[in-house]
Design a protein around this ligand. Structure first.
Ligand code: F6R
Length: 614
């Protein structure tokens, strides 16, 4: 996350940037900064901490000028201090950039820039862009005239691997150049003025004419308008949308609910979780964790609710891939069961909010027993992060919908990375296996995007509506997808209030089978896996008792479709990463069931987003 604003026109740039940043502070508040062009050059002001710190600084000494860029940061590389805050300028201060995202090959780029004499001020990956664009700009200078900024940005981005939304200004030009890949950017079109932002609410006070930039778009904003090209320099046409959303709708990005918005944000959230951490060419897993992965004999995973189910997937992955014994506990049980903990235990707590009191107290219990502690956390600066030895942030961005969706897939993504990190340190996977898994993990954002294709969403809606009046639901899955069934059942009961049970498919015959009759929809996660045949046997047991079978099958599996009343196809994925792809269909199934029943999915009854009571 991180928020970007840009302005060129006739108003005070400082006012536009600061009001826009206030609307984007939800995207991060580790530091904030602006760069504003006046008659003399580009003035940069940046401050660690919340936007209010920058505001007070500017109140004392406002910056004049009608062209500027601004940023509110959620730190990924480098501490959240004044120096690492954006914008970043070149040594001569003539070129200034803001970057949202992660430059994966920044260390290589930085080394060669330093070798060519560039001096870096910050520890960020972003500063690389300022120096690289400066070099390219010099290459576009012909006979001492001014260079071509957009060309320089384009050439620099050709050397960059990763995710970015960037905005660039240069003293020689009254223009802003921006580009995006993965990180969002929307452009606002005014009369004699142009705007840019990471999200619509920042622009609504000024214009309703907006252009949503696509991946690979490079745009030049001037006082008179804008032009867009792709990264090869070919002209691109994008429609200007008239945005009629009110402020609340804008915060939901045009979706009816936060939950739906967050379901659709999963490809980007996962990109942010995985980005810069898995390197499939070298097989490296770089999690920036100080703990020694070779020093643990056992792992204890502790969490609540949806996060607990992410922990169950984690148990499976860590035991399979890294061969370390893992136990998973519901936090409220862990803290009172007098757990056996020792110095060679790694306690991993998983939490979106980082505030859940049961998990926090369980963390304290693990610490009392001498365990070393690692958090898989979304909310920066939350209570747990202050007590953990180390934190692996999932970078899913703020989750507002009470029912967790994108935090879940990002948590499972983080558990997958931890399993790979431990496996690498312990040498439990061959080079070829490790590479295959890294490759499968890196494919996840694309696969989840595919899982959200309109025709798939429509199909899930049909199935949801068909069974929306069921009194109960059963969800089954096996192996690494047994927790997917549990999470599917939890989501359904949370937002639709339909009673749902999740079970390991093989366990059904030991009890829940008694529930099956012609009224009971049974959702079975039966995607490609080494246990698929066994799962299909369980499906037959349901059918023999007249249960209604809804099968989640891998694309192309027409053979098993014959066992279903209804089929939901999902993209094929490596079994070890499939819980992330498969759960998306179950999130949508719950969502459309709840909306068919007219429920308030963002604020389900009796629930709270952050549970800080025992
Ligand atoms: C379910 C849900 C809850 C949370 C649980 C833990 O959709 O959101 O079950 O997962 O309350 O919350 P965190 O992850 O904030 O510790």
């Amino acid at each position: 996350m991180c928020g970007i604003v840009g302005y060129i026109g006739t108003r005070s740039a400082q006012d536009v940037l600061m009001s826009g940043l206030a609307k984007l502070e939800y995207r991060g508040y580790d530091s904030a900064g602006v760069a504003i062009m006046d008659g003399q050059g580009i003035q940069v002001r940046k401050k660690a901490g919340k936007l209010a710190n920058l505001s007070s600084e500017l109140e004392g000494a406002p910056l004049p000028g009608t062209l500027g860029i601004g940023h509110t940061r959620w730190a990924t590389h480098g501490l959240p201090n004044d120096t690492n805050a954006h914008p970043h300028a070149t040594e001569d201060g003539r070129l200034v950039i803001i970057h949202n995202g992660i430059i994966e090959n920044y260390l290589t780029l930085k080394a060669s820039l330093v070798a060519r004499g560039h001096v870096f001020k910050s520890e960020t990956d972003s500063e690389v862009l300022a120096h690289l664009i400066e070099e390219k700009y010099e290459q576009t200078l012909v006979g001492g005239q001014v260079g071509k900024l957009s060309e320089a940005v384009r050439l620099a981005l050709g050397e960059v691997r990763g995710a970015y939304g960037i905005v660039v200004t240069h003293v020689d030009h009254r223009e802003i150049v921006a580009a995006r890949t993965v990180s969002p950017l929307v452009m606002g079109v005014g009369q004699g003025e142009m705007f840019l932002a990471s999200d619509v609410p920042a622009l609504l006070p000024y214009t309703r004419q907006m252009v949503f930039l696509h991946d690979g778009d490079l745009v030049v904003l001037s006082d008179d308008g804008f032009s867009i090209t792709d990264l090869a320099g070919n002209a691109v046409t994008r429609e200007i949308d008239q945005i009629d959303w009110d402020a609340e709708a804008a915060e939901k990005g045009g979706y009816d609910t936060y939950m739906l918005k967050e379901i659709f944000e999963q490809p980007v959230a996962l990109t942010n979780t995985l980005m810069g951490r898995l390197h499939d060419e070298t097989g490296e897993v770089n999690l920036d964790i100080g703990l020694d992965p070779g020093s643990f004999k056992r792992i204890s995973i502790i969490a609540c609710g949806t996060a607990y189910y992410a922990g169950l997937v984690g148990e499976y992955l860590i035991e399979q891939l890294a061969r370390i014994p893992v136990e998973v506990d519901v936090a409220s049980e862990y803290r009172y069961r007098n757990p056996l903990v020792s110095g060679d235990t790694l306690a991993i707590v998983i939490s979106q909010s980082g505030e859940t009191i049961d998990t926090l107290e369980a963390l304290r219990e693990a610490k009392r027993g001498g365990a070393r502690t690692l958090g898989v956390i979304n909310a920066k600066g939350s209570s747990m992060t202050r007590e953990l030895d180390d934190t692996l942030y999932i970078h899913a961005g703020p989750e507002i919908g009470v029912a967790s969706t994108k935090a879940y897939t990002s948590m499972v993504g983080a558990m997958l990375m931890l399993a790979l990190w431990l496996a690498r340190a312990r040498g439990t996977q061959s080079e070829a296996q490790a590479r295959e898994l890294l490759h499968a993990a890196r494919a996840l954002p694309r696969l989840v995007e595919e899982a959200l294709a309109p025709e798939r969403v429509e199909r899930i809606k049909q199935v949801a509506e068909k069974y929306a009046h069921a009194r109960d639901y059963l969800f089954l899955g096996r192996g690494v997808n047994a927790p997917t069934a549990l999470e599917g059942a939890l989501k359904l009961k949370e937002i639709s209030y339909i009673h749902a049970e999740g079970y390991a498919a093989g366990e059904m015959k030991h009890g829940p089978i008694a529930l099956i009759d012609a009224q009971l929809p049974v959702v079975v996660v039966a995607t490609e896996s080494r246990l698929l045949e066994k799962t299909i046997s369980n499906v037959q047991e349901v059918r023999a008792r007249a249960g209604k079978v809804i099968l989640l099958l891998s694309d192309g599996d027409t053979e098993n479709a014959q066992h279903a009343d209804d089929v939901i196809y999902v993209p094929r994925s490596h079994e070890m990463v499939s819980p992330i792809v498969n759960v998306v269909a179950l999130q949508l199934l719950s969502y459309f069931t709840a909306t068919a029943l007219g429920k308030d999915v963002d604020k389900p009854r009796n629930l709270a987003k952050s549970v800080t009571v025992e």
